[in-house]
Design a protein around this ligand. Sequence first.
Ligand SMILES: NC(=O)c1ccc[n+]([C@@H]2O[C@H](COP(=O)([O-])OP(=O)(O)OC[C@H]3O[C@@H](n4cnc5c(N)ncnc54)[C@H](OP(=O)(O)O)[C@@H]3O)[C@@H](O)[C@H]2O)c1
Ligand SMILES: *[C@@H]1O[C@H](CO)[C@@H](O)[C@H](O)[C@H]1NC(C)=O
Ligand SMILES: *[C@@H]1O[C@H](CO)[C@@H](O)[C@H](O)[C@H]1NC(C)=O
Ligand SMILES: *[C@@H]1O[C@H](CO)[C@@H](O)[C@H](O)[C@H]1NC(C)=O
Length: 274
Amino acid sequence: NPASISTMDVHSPLTDVAGVVAGVGPGVNDFAVGDQVVAMLNSMNGGGLAEYAVAAANLTVKRTPNVSAAEGAGLPIAAGTALQALRSIGAKFDGTGEPLNVLVTAASGGVGLYAVQLAKLANLHVTATCGARNAELVRGLGADEVLDYRTPEGAAMRSPSGRRYDGVVHCTVGVGWPAFEPLMAPRGKVVDITPNFSAMLTSALHAVTLRRKRLVPLLLSPNKADLEFLVGLVEEGKLRTVVDSRFPLGDAAKAWQKSIDGHATGKIVVEMEG
Ligand SMILES: NC(=O)c1ccc[n+]([C@@H]2O[C@H](COP(=O)([O-])OP(=O)(O)OC[C@H]3O[C@@H](n4cnc5c(N)ncnc54)[C@H](OP(=O)(O)O)[C@@H]3O)[C@@H](O)[C@H]2O)c1
Ligand SMILES: *[C@@H]1O[C@H](CO)[C@@H](O)[C@H](O)[C@H]1NC(C)=O
Ligand SMILES: *[C@@H]1O[C@H](CO)[C@@H](O)[C@H](O)[C@H]1NC(C)=O
Ligand SMILES: *[C@@H]1O[C@H](CO)[C@@H](O)[C@H](O)[C@H]1NC(C)=O
C-alpha cells in the first residue's frame, strides 16, 4: 500500500515493513483495513520491496500514529536482534537485572544503535565502538564510553574504565574471538550476530567443552511478543529509530548498495510513493 516502507538486511531472508492494512485474510480478527502496522516478513512468501506485501498476522503489530512508518520499519529485525542478543547476555527489562558491563561493536549501525539504547533501558554499563563522526550520537543515546574503532585504543576495544565485559553485542565483521577473549569477565559471552564459518566452529567448540567465557552465534527468532515490546518502547518515547537515509522504491538498488557498503548510521529505509 502507498505508505509501506521496508528496510533491509543484506544477509537475511527476513524483511521489515511498516504501513497500513489494505486487506485481511480469513480468520484474522485482530486487524482491520486502515490499521497502521509494523511487520516482519519471511521472504519465502514474497519480500517487502513492493507497494503491497503479505504479512502473517502472528508477526504483525499495530503502531499508534506517533510511530511513523520509518520508525516502525526499523524495528523487527534490527531491534529484535539487539533485544535477543542482550537477553542472551542476561539483560532484564523489568528492573530485576544486574548492572552488567556490555560492549556494543559497530554501535552506530542498524543493530548497534538499538542495542545501545536497549542496554541502557536494562541498566547496563555500555562501552561502544563506532567511527569518530558518530561518537556524540552514540553517547547521546546512552553509551557510557565510546571508542573510535579507527584508533589503536578503539581497535583494542578495552574499556577505558577498566571494566571486563559480561557480554558483547558483536555487530561487525573482521574481529574474532581471540581479540575479545582477554577482555571478558569470567562468564562473559560474545554474541556474534553475523557468525562466519570459523565463528560457528569456535562457538561449537566452546559449547562442547563447557567453556565459561564463550562465543555464541545469534540467529534471530521471529517473535510477535518482542515486536510488541519494541513498538511499545517507541510509543512511550523510550526507544528511537535513527534513520540513515531514505530512498524511493525506484532507487532500491542504491539503498541495497548503501547497506552493503557498511557505513550507514542507523537504518536505511525504502519508501513507497504515494
Ligand atoms: N540490520 C539488521 O537488521 C541485522 C540483523 C541481524 C544481523 N545483521 C548483520 O549484522 C551486521 C551488522 O549489521 P548492521 O545493519 O547493524 O550494520 P551497519 O548498519 O552496516 O553498520 C554500519 C556502521 O558500523 C560502523 N562500523 C563499521 N565497521 C566498524 C568497526 N570495525 N567497528 C566499529 N564500527 C564499525 C560504521 O561506521 P563508519 O561509517 O564510521 O565506518 C557504520 O556506522 C551485518 O553483518 C548484518 O548483516 C544485521
Ligand atoms: C571469520 O571472521 C574472523 C574474524 O573476522 C576472521 O579472522 C576469519 O578469517 C573469518 N573466517 C572465515 C572462514 O571467513
Ligand atoms: C505464524 O503462523 C504460521 C502459519 O500460520 C506458522 O507457520 C508460524 O510458525 C507462526 N509463527 C510464529 C512466530 O508464531
Ligand atoms: C504516543 O501515542 C500513544 C497513544 O496515543 C500515547 O500513549 C503515548 O504517550 C504517545 N507517545 C509520546 C511519546 O507522545
